[in-house]
Ligand binder design. Sequence first.
Ligand SMILES: CC(C)(COP(=O)(O)OP(=O)(O)OC[C@H]1O[C@@H](n2cnc3c(N)ncnc32)[C@H](O)[C@@H]1OP(=O)(O)O)[C@@H](O)C(=O)NCCC(=O)NCCS
Length: 158
Amino acid sequence: MEKPAKRVSDSFVETIHVVRPVHINSAGRLFGGTLMQWMDEVAGLTSKRHTHGMTTTASVDNLQFLRAAYQSDIIVITGKITYVGNTSMEIRVETFIESRDGSRCEINRAYFTMVAIDENDKPARVPRLILETPEEKEEWANAEKRREMRKMRTAQGF
Ligand SMILES: CC(C)(COP(=O)(O)OP(=O)(O)OC[C@H]1O[C@@H](n2cnc3c(N)ncnc32)[C@H](O)[C@@H]1OP(=O)(O)O)[C@@H](O)C(=O)NCCC(=O)NCCS
């Protein structure tokens, strides 16, 4: 039986980290691999909230390091589902530095494709997505374009 459709807001995730000495690379900045791990965790949590099941990371697109982060910075990472296919979901993961006054400056953005996995480790159908706002409908339309580009890359082997 198909699981009930979910709203975008049902699976929204936000995590917070403080950049500590252990996270700093030799250039004195937040190590990119640490940030990517935190982002992957957010994408995983978002997809698990949408499916209430197991999921795995299939690919990451458009990962852009826009600005560096330094020791003691407060890092906020958000995950929002943008699109569902049959067994896959696209999650927009955004990373910000939050200042003491609460304002946020975006330092990274990426689109994760997560695939639902059943008890036999095979792709499983995911709940449908309810789009409530013009922004969510626009994100869905853009996600369809990214999905087509992914398919083209796979077909052409690059
Ligand atoms: C992701 C994975 C489950 C897909 O399995 P598969 O047998 O190729 O499954 P399918 O070809 O039926 O594709 C299933 C869905 O995944 C999507 N997909 C598969 N590979 C993809 C990729 N590289 N990028 C984006 N989407 C992908 C397909 O488009 C399909 O989506 P849809 O059902 O919404 O149309 C499989 O490749 C895998 O297990 N990869 C390793 C994932 C992993 O271990 N990640 C952790 C990091 S080590």
